[in-house]
Design a protein around this ligand. Structure first.
Ligand SMILES: NC(=O)C1=CN([C@@H]2O[C@H](COP(=O)(O)OP(=O)(O)OC[C@H]3O[C@@H](n4cnc5c(N)ncnc54)[C@H](OP(=O)(O)O)[C@@H]3O)[C@@H](O)[C@H]2O)C=CC1
Ligand SMILES: O=C(O)CCC(=O)C(=O)O
Length: 365
């Protein structure tokens, strides 16, 4: 199901349950602003390559709009729109004073060199710099982007607006990033899972987990859960999937993925078909990659009793219904993965405060 159709459907259902005024409901379904820009860069071989970049600003009633920037071949306007809307609900659920936004560029970061990625990020920033800002819209990392991407955005933005470390979060520590932001989404997944299991009289220790996606969210969630006694029995990423019913050694898998560009070839488990990862036998399933992966095609075959949504909108509404009828409990994305934006808020406050302090200090002299 189209990501925006799915997200709107969920919102309309929630609006009815809340008894939300129909005019307010309609206004919240329309984003504040949708930006689409062409980004052309010279590639390393001298040829030109063009990409399309998006930033959707959904709503700013509760504060500056906030959300990640994704680099992925499947980025499209409806997907970004849906993700921006989810950020508004996520900031509200986490009770942090932000609205929602999301951005992305349709590209495959794995096929671009570091210098090409830098050029692309700087061109994208040049195209949107007037529309983002410390108090209007504050980007952060998402799939395919990282602290280095944020450093480029900060540097390019600062050429137009002066040094503005609070214009992005999830940046390197040396540039005003926050300790703990890197692990924050995965740590939030751990805390959310613990709270959920406690409701059912269970704890993490001894539970069997399957994790789809082994990037920022998936690898941190797997590491922290295994440190807390959970058994990670299967993991996948774009390169492949592995299974070990005795529990995968996550620190070794992290090292392997760093050295080899993915989990493929890890010898601490058996290779399995990545398409079967979501239906592997486990107690708790953590999707931590793309949206819409749990759908009517596979929902009936899911064996997990709990699903903790590390990814954004991994479960489409049809699957929600099937799973709910099967008694599977889902911890939704806007709660389960809100640890990242929460620590982004701390980073933003720290840096804004630091800048104010500097201004005060200079003025006092
Ligand atoms: N980063 C954050 O703070 C937050 C992220 N999220 C959400 O979490 C999810 C993951 O984001 P993040 O960890 O940051 O992204 P990363 O780019 O760091 O990692 C994504 C992971 O998913 C893998 N992947 C991509 N496609 C597939 C596929 N078809 N099957 C299996 N694995 C796949 C990637 O493999 P490979 O690297 O080999 O391409 C990589 O391991 C996204 O939905 C994002 O929106 C939500 C809240 C905050
Ligand atoms: O840290 C942030 O500001 C946003 C993180 C994000 O994109 C998300 O929660 O989906």
């Amino acid at each position: 199901m189209n990501a925006l159709v799915a997200t709107n459907r969920n919102f309309k259902l929630a609006a009815r349950l809340l008894g939300l005024d129909s005019k307010l409901e309609k206004s919240l379904l329309i984003p504040f602003r949708e930006i689409k820009v062409e980004c052309t860069i010279p590639k390393d071989d001298g040829t030109l390559a063009s990409f399309v970049g998006f930033r959707v600003q959904h709503d700013n009633a509760r504060g500056p709009m906030k959300g990640g920037i994704r680099y992925h071949p499947e980025v499209d306007p409806d997907e970004v729109n849906a993700l921006a809307q989810l950020m508004t609900w996520k900031a509200s659920v986490a009770n942090i004073p932000y609205g929602g936004a999301k951005g992305g560029i349709g590209c495959n970061p794995g096929e671009l060199s570091i210098t090409e990625l830098e050029r692309l990020t700087r061109v994208f920033t040049q195209k949107i710099h007037d529309l983002i800002g410390v108090h209007t819209d504050v980007p952060a990392p998402d799939m395919g982007t990282n602290p280095q991407t944020m450093a480029w955005i900060l540097d390019e933005y600062s050429k137009f607006h002066g040094h503005s470390p609070a214009v992005v979060t999830g940046k390197p520590i040396d540039l005003g990033g926050s300790l703990g932001r890197d692990a924050a989404t995965g740590r939030g997944v751990l805390f959310g899972t613990e709270a959920l299991l406690n409701e059912y009289g269970k704890s993490i220790a001894g539970q069997r987990f399957v994790v789809q996606g082994f990037g920022n969210v998936g690898s941190w969630a797997a590491q922290l859960i295994s440190e807390n006694g959970g058994k990670i029995v299967a993991v996948s990423d774009i390169t492949g999937a592995i299974k070990n019913s005795k529990g995968i050694n996550i620190p070794s898998l992290i090292n392997h993925a760093k050295e080899n560009g993915g989990i493929k070839g890890f010898n601490g488990g058996n290779a399995i078909d990545p398409n079967s990862i979501l239906v592997e036998d486990c107690d708790i399933l953590i999707p931590a990659a793309l949206g819409g992966v749990i759908n009517r095609e596979n929902a009936n075959d899911i064996k997990a009793k709990f699903i903790v949504e590390g990814a954004n909108h991994p479960t489409d509404p049809e699957a929600d219904e099937i799973l709910s009828n099967k008694g599977v409990v889902i911890l939704p994305d806007i709660y389960a993965n809100s640890g990242g934006v929460t620590v982004s808020y701390f980073e933003w406050v720290q840096v804004s405060h630091f800048s104010l302090h500097l201004i005060w200090h200079v003025a006092a002299k």
